[in-house]
Design a protein around this ligand. Structure first.
Ligand SMILES: Cc1cc2nc3c(=O)[nH]c(=O)nc-3n(C[C@H](O)[C@H](O)[C@H](O)COP(=O)(O)OP(=O)(O)OC[C@H]3O[C@@H](n4cnc5c(N)ncnc54)[C@H](O)[C@@H]3O)c2cc1C
Length: 383
């Protein structure tokens, strides 16, 4: 598989599986197991896994292109895919025990969906500072008890990459990562997911009550959780989240073009809205300019991740903040441009508008990113 094949497989699945069901799944808050099955069959659940476990061994460009293609049709599925890919990359970076090797092979063959269980009720969006603390079982693994506040794919994933403070960690960021398998005793989904947007991605709270994680399922050394969050997860999360925003901008722009061409003023000689109203044409132009600008920013970030340099972390911080706000601006403009037709759900635009609002509040939130960027520019420590 290469980048083009991965992106075109994602587009084909988006057209054939996601498009017919996205509106209804959003309405019902229904998680699409069919979409995950198809992504697995196409080899996309192993997109960034190494070839020795059967993965496609592709990089950030493929991640961005696949996610944008999915989000253009269903941002909920795109977010499920992003969380899985982040969990898979984190698992692949772990010491390769036989148990981890089995999980990686299952992911690459499309039989194992994973996700991230970082955010905790106690530390809210500050995912880098879990309040739960792992208890050491003296060489036999660890016992985890935590209240995880939002877990995408909760109850649908086969495993959860979970953070906890290390048993003997001294600071608020001395954390460790663990892979908790679905079905582990003490692991439960504690509520239904009924969000404003991304309604079909099952981002429910989960409880870990004394879950035993065997020693061979620990993903980092003690205290290695925080560096893994910063170096492995954050860059790809920010890029992937920006790609979700790009897909939403493209979808809103395409839906606006269709509406401006098709909706008519019969009393004005059946002129379309686009023919009749220059302000709507200007608003559409603004949407296109913002969408293309976001695409260029994502390309630039991909370039930085492929060839890291001094500005890479700054660009990584910027891309999610900028993309989240662009998606809100573009989808808001689409709502205004398409008027009551958009408001009354005839066009699909209101789903893009609701989904676009998740980007800003998903951690690191856009406020936190601004705080980090400001500190970085002033040479202050981020944490
Ligand atoms: C659809 C969805 C899916 C999610 N999926 C996952 C998942 O799979 N895994 C996971 O671990 N988490 C997930 N999350 C959780 C997410 O990453 C955040 O942790 C969560 O949205 C934070 O919400 P909160 O109410 O706790 O925010 P709060 O922390 O209470 O923030 C409230 C406000 O304060 C601002 N704020 C907070 N700290 C600062 C600061 N230092 N400086 C300036 N402003 C600040 C925030 O920007 C926000 O505006 C998901 C969230 C959503 C909405």
């Amino acid at each position: 598989m290469n980048v083009e094949i991965a992106a075109s497989a994602a587009s084909a699945i988006a057209r054939s599986v996601l498009a017919p069901a996205a509106a209804d799944n959003d309405k019902q808050g229904r998680f699409s197991t069919e979409a995950i099955q198809e992504l697995g069959n196409a080899g996309l659940l192993g997109l960034m896994l190494p070839s020795d476990v059967g993965g496609a061994s592709l990089g950030p460009r493929a991640l961005a292109d696949v996610i944008a293609a999915l989000a253009e049709v269903d941002a909920s599925v795109a977010m499920v895919f992003l969380m899985h890919t982040l969990a898979s990359v984190t698992t692949a970076a772990a010491p390769r025990t036989a148990a981890i090797q089995e999980v990686l092979k299952a992911m690459a063959s499309g039989r194992h969906l994973s996700t991230l269980a970082f955010s905790e009720a106690g530390s809210r969006s500050h995912f880098w500072a879990p309040v739960s603390r792992a208890e050491s079982l003296n060489g036999d693994g660890a016992r985890l008890s935590a209240r995880k506040s939002f877990v995408t794919s909760a109850g649908h994933a086969q495993s959860y990459v979970a953070t906890a403070l290390s048993p003997n960690g001294a600071s608020a960021t001395d954390s460790t990562l663990y892979l908790v398998l679905a079905g582990s005793a003490g692991l439960t989904v504690t509520g239904a997911w009924d969000g404003l947007g991304l309604r079909a991605n099952a981002s429910s709270p989960m409880l870990l009550e004394g879950c035993i994680v065997p020693a061979d399922m620990r993903l980092t050394e003690e205290g290695g959780g925080f560096p893994a969050l910063l170096n492995v997860v954050l860059p790809l999360f920010n890029l992937g989240q920006a790609a979700v925003s790009l897909g939403l901008c493209r979808a809103a722009t395409a839906a606006t073009i269709a509406h401006l061409k098709n909706a008519k003023f019969e009393h004005l000689g059946s002129a379309s809205l686009g023919e009749a109203l220059p302000n709507l044409r200007a608003q559409l132009a603004t949407m296109q300019i913002e969408t293309d600008g976001l695409r260029a920013r994502i390309d630039d970030t991909v370039g930085h991740l492929e060839h890291p340099g001094d500005l890479t972390m700054l660009r990584v911080l910027e891309v999610k903040a900028a993309a989240g706000e662009t998606a809100i601006a573009v989808t808001s403009l689409a709502m205004r441009t398409c008027g009551g037709a958009a408001f009354s759900r005839h066009t699909g635009i209101e789903r893009y508008f609701r989904d676009a609002h998740a980007g800003a509040v998903m951690a690191p939130t856009n406020d936190v990113l601004r705080e980090f960027i400001g500190k970085a520019l002033l040479g202050l420590p981020l944490f």
